[in-house]
Ligand binder design. Sequence first.
Ligand code: FRU
Length: 614
Amino acid sequence: MKKITRRLATLMLCGATLFTPAAWATSDGVEVNHLGVNNTLVRVTGNGNYLLFPVQEANDDARIHVLVDGNIVETIYVRLARSKTDYTVPYDLTPYKGKHVVFEIVTPQGRESLREAKEDACWKGLELVDALDTINREKYRPAFHHTPLYGWMNDPNGMFYKDGKWHLYYQCNPYGSKWQNMTWGHSVSSDLIHWEHKPNAIKPNGLGTVFSGSCAIDARNTAGFGKDAVVAMYTSAGTSQMQSLASSIDDGMTFDIYAGNPTLTLESEARDPNMFWNEKLGEWNLVLAHALDHEMLFFSSPDMKKWTWQGRFGKGIGAQDGVWECPDLFELPVAGSDETKWVLLCNINPGGPFGGSATQYFVGDFDGKTFKADTGKDGNIPTKWLDYGKDHYATVSWSDAPDNRRTVIGWMSNWQYAADVPTLQYRSANTLPREVGLFRGADGEVYASCTPSPELEGLRDKQIRKAEKANIGRKSCSYSLPAAYDGICEILFDIDARKSKVVAMTLSNEEGDKVVMKYDTERHTLSFDRRESGLVDFSENFPAVTVSPTFEDKGAISLRLFIDRSSIEVFGDGGRFVMTNLVFPRRPYSQLSFSSEGGNARLSNLKVYSLLND
Ligand code: FRU
């Protein structure tokens, strides 16, 4: 004891102290207090509405407990900037006005000393602001596809239509442009073209983050949340995955988490509940992805709260190389007949036809208990794809759409590279909305078609080409595209290739970037080559050629293309085949040229519209 006292005295005499009090460093309404190499407190003392956190994408996540008046209200994960700031993300302080807000932050390991930790770029960059700056800074942000204002987006989910409004919810990360903090973002449209961003609808809570799910309008108040309440069923992703409910009595703007959650649990991974009212049976039906078992499970319920298992579908059937996710199940008429069929959408990742994620589907019958898929001529259940591009995933439909429409929308990306695409302020767009139909192919099987939703014609601005025609030979004939509109356009044309073997259609720009599409009349396929389409080297999985069957045997097709700043969607023969692919051209494509091998072909009805989303 004596020894220690003497040593202390010696140290004090030498001017040394045994500890440094951690001090609050104040700047413009934000105080920072470093408690240790990996632990920092940030206190808000000013009046701003948002605290901006500087982000560096290459970093690991910092864990942030948000304390309001001393209690943790939520925990978020942010890639706080260390050596440089890529962008900032806002934390909304408006719900906590007049209260004490403190962020208790644990940064990732790797800092050697407190002095080094204090140098992290994020501390100097913390800023309190009154308004959010969401001005677009991204060259590749689409002009007419839905994107989040900022931050990451993956699956569309929980979409419903009510009183003239299309509600679109989506998996989002409000605190960075990579996957994390899964929350339901929310946008609303009255025409499927113009989207209004709304506050996030369902946030992570005690049972975990909020994964994909569905919404249904409870017209009979079966759940007791109120007549016409919008009820969301989603996956709570905590240590395990469980299914939970949330209800809204203000048309999907705000949701109350159901106190009795979870409502459905399994001993294995299951997610993305899609529930709907089965009119014929007078009960709720639910299809749930039994992800790792590569199958879909079916349940029924009188009240959305108690679910009874009914059946399963999928073991060993269709594409099995990845997890089964994001199901949807609906009944549709088969064009030109009195027949109806059920369609089971089954998104799978990886295992798509061109690598990574894709939407497979099955056609068959559903009796409320299980799904029975139709077999092909060979007696096997065929694997069918809703879209033959590389960037079409997690496609599901709107519930309660008007006029018996089955309107779907997808996530226009691929899990292989979604976090690496060359954008920062936001990541990922949705596909265009599409109308699903059924048709019987030449082989006797029933297939799904996807046509652009009719509202999209409202985007047309100027008609630049009016039904032009030409003979196509070896030498290519070219048409300029509306450069004044960043090449954003819709192109329609018919190709008669009965006397040709292959017709090539090439989109190109002055930089030498090109997309080559080839209609092969012998194979009855359309291919899409984006290997030289612009920026492609951000991922080895991005350069690719995708190929779709054309479902025709007549040597003629008609195509409808939608070109936005970083995507091309090709709809063939009224949506009988579809291809959605991302592209990142260094400059907009300014030319479309046609050429033919193995004989001449005929181009007709070439129409080009510039598109304007005002
Ligand atoms: C599909 C998916 C879903 C899950 C969600 C999480 O892309 O993996 O199965 O609910 O993303 O964000």
